[in-house]
Design a protein around this ligand. Structure first.
Ligand SMILES: Cc1cc2nc3c(=O)[nH]c(=O)nc-3n(C[C@H](O)[C@H](O)[C@H](O)COP(=O)(O)OP(=O)(O)OC[C@H]3O[C@@H](n4cnc5c(N)ncnc54)[C@H](O)[C@@H]3O)c2cc1C
Length: 571
């Protein structure tokens, strides 16, 4: 089927629009990964019925031998290439951006209410609506100002508060989905008797329930054995989460937990019911300066002990940034402050004087750790920060308590802005997320971090990088900036990533905690999970999407050649 026929066919079955103008296609050819794929068409469904009609039409074309497929796109901020395709993009932000009801009401020990949303709602608008009722989705990503709910659910996003509250999958209660034959279903928690009823359905939904239940039962041991034992994971299909229920008995079966994090490869979701929490109102921060220049990386030996003791006080977030980040932040301070209003910039400028002195005197610590404690009163938050400080007393590390959010602001500015700073100030270099999101157990830091740093140092002529991340749960973000016009730099991507992942896997970690597999990490799934588990991922894909209509090459079937071919070759 040629592009013109496909465009006419799709326009004929839906209320929304189909576009193939050059500007639209170009915009959809990029996300925030290091890849580009030029789509043939972008479709804008108006509702779930439109999504269903699109899927049916593409299924017909595919059955007739056309190599057409559908890749969902929400805000397009994915760092892995998840929303990129050479075929048809299903774009949700234009029309399917309606916020549903937000209801307050405590249902379990951690849920204080629910919100209903479509995938095209931007997180910033979602939060505005939930905060009107005093509630929030605590797994929001750092890209909270630019990301939409579509990708937050489909990537199983996490962020600074995940340490205390968990990732998005914990909050995905129900998903309305369009399956690969165009039929619609609602995936939600099913009690055993309800599951048996679903398995009787003579539809694709019934087949999915029958075959997934059989797969999970038959391979329960393997699945549990290969489940990543780190605090967060977005790699592979979360087969271990479908039957998970810590709070509810009898054991519930919820396929929404599998759709979450599956990057639009199993179904397209059209409506979500998400659990929410009431955030704590007051915050205090313990800042820990680790590894003085005198002690070098030797200072890192006590890092796991610091993490363990601080975690005992249940911080809401426990973040970190390294000496490279610190030095760059001070160097680019004027540019950073210039983006802010005068009063805030002046206040922060003064707050940063001690940091400027540290840089000038060569006294920059190797790592800065920020443990933030959130409680209902400022006194309770301060008390937690103080208790954490006291717990570290015999380790003789330099610490400082920031008694409220106004005082801790400068640390958050550096942590959140460091990547943007790099990106904006090093012209000719592009951000190359390829080892951007691995997770290791914090207990391995003394062994792991020096090896990682040594490895990265080997490539210092090819890239500029900083290490920042969620130190409390072992999720480190390395976002190198590179000149990708040079072949030798592009080669580094496929050379360095397996070396880093080897270290990560040997330490018991995972390749991605939040950002997901996409084009960049799908080929590493066999290395992480082994062939038997990868075979289960393939079987799962086949059960849901036998014609491979949804986002081919992500999670299943992606190759190193895809990476080589689609890497951007310039700025
Ligand atoms: C500066 C920066 C910081 C970031 N920080 C974080 C972070 O802290 N944590 C984190 O998790 N991520 C982070 N990200 C990555 C990204 O922003 C998030 O994963 C975000 O949740 C993606 O949302 P999106 O709406 O942009 O999704 P998109 O990029 O549009 O899509 C992401 C994936 O979801 C699929 N998808 C979208 N809509 C649907 C649907 N309706 N049905 C099925 N599949 C769908 C797409 O096909 C794609 O595979 C960051 C990115 C940037 C640029």
């Amino acid at each position: 089927m040629n592009k013109g026929d496909l465009k006419t066919a799709l326009a004929g079955v839906m209320k929304g629009e189909v576009s193939d103008d050059a500007e639209t296609l170009k915009a959809a050819s990029r996300d925030t990964s290091l890849f580009t794929r030029m789509p043939e068409l972008v479709v804008y469904p108006k509702d779930a019925a439109d999504v269903s009609a699109i899927v049916k039409e593409v299924g017909r074309a595919r059955s007739a031998g056309a190599s057409v497929s559908l890749t969902a796109r929400a805000a397009g901020t994915d760092m892995s290439g998840g929303p990129l395709t050479t075929s048809v993009v299903v774009s949700f932000t234009k029309h399917m951006n309606r916020m549903g009801d937000v209801n307050v009401g405590r249902t379990t020990s951690y849920i204080d209410g629910y919100a209903v949303t479509e995938p095209g709602v931007f997180y910033r608008d979602f939060e505005k609506a939930t905060m009107e009722k005093g509630l929030m989705l605590p797994s929001y990503p750092a890209s909270r100002e630019i990301a939409a709910m579509g990708g937050i659910v489909a990537n199983n996003a996490g962020g600074e508060r995940t340490l205390r509250y968990g990732k998005t999958e914990k909050y995905v209660e129900e998903l309305d989905v369009v399956l690969s034959d165009g039929s619609q279903a609602t995936f939600k928690p099913l009690a055993p008797s309800e599951l048996e009823e679903k398995k009787k359905l003579q539809t694709l939904e019934g087949t999915i329930y029958r075959e997934m239940d059989a797969l999970l039962t038959e391979h329960a041991g393997l699945i549990e054995g290969r489940r990543p034992h780190v605090s967060k994971n977005s790699a592979g299909y979360a087969l271990w989460s479908v039957r998970e229920s810590k709070e509810v008995k009898p054991l519930y079966f919820n396929l929404a937990k599998l759709i979450c994090g599956s990057q639009g490869t199993l179904a397209l979701w059209t409506k979500a019911k998400l659990a929410l929490v009431a955030p704590k109102e007051h915050r205090a921060m313990l800042v820990i300066f680790l590894g003085s220049p005198k002690h070098g990386e030797g200072g890192l030996a006590i890092l796991p002990e610091i993490v363990r003791r601080v975690l005992e006080q249940n911080p809401e977030s426990f973040e970190s940034y390294d000496d490279h980040t610190f030095t760059l932040a001070v160097k680019f301070l004027p540019q950073m402050l210039a983006q802010m209003g005068f009063a805030r910039a002046a206040r922060l400028g003064i707050d940063f004087i001690p940091e400027a002195v540290m840089v000038a005197s060569g006294g920059v610590p190797k790592l800065i750790l920020m443990a933030e404690f959130a409680e209902d009163t400022i006194e309770a938050a301060d008390a937690k920060a103080l208790a954490a400080k006291e717990a570290l007393a015999d380790l003789h590390v330099q610490t400082k308590i920031e008694k409220n959010e106004r005082e801790s602001e400068k640390y958050w500015v550096v942590r959140r802005e460091s990547f943007n700073l790099l990106r904006k100030n090093l012209h000719g270099l592009v951000s190359a997320p390829f080892i951007d999101d691995f997770v290791v157990p914090p207990s391995c830091y003394p062994e792991f971090l020096p090896k990682l740093n040594a490895l990265l140092a080997e490539y210092k002529d090819n890239m500029v990088y900083t290490v920042a991340g969620h130190i409390g749960d072992g999720n480190l973000h390395i976002l190198p900036l590179m000149d990708l016009t040079k072949e030798e730099n592009r080669k580094v991507i496929l050379e360095l990533a397996p070396k880093v992942y080897e270290l990560v896997i040997r330490a018991g970690g995972t390749t991605t905690g939040e950002h997901n597999d996409g084009i960049i990490r799908t080929p590493y799934l066999p290395m992480l999970f082994g062939p038997e588990m990868v075979a289960l991922f393939k079987r799962t894909k086949k059960i849901f999407d036998p014609l491979n209509i949804f986002n081919p090459g992500k999670k299943v079937g992606g190759s190193f050649d895809d990476i080589k071919r689609d890497i951007i070759k310039g700025v």
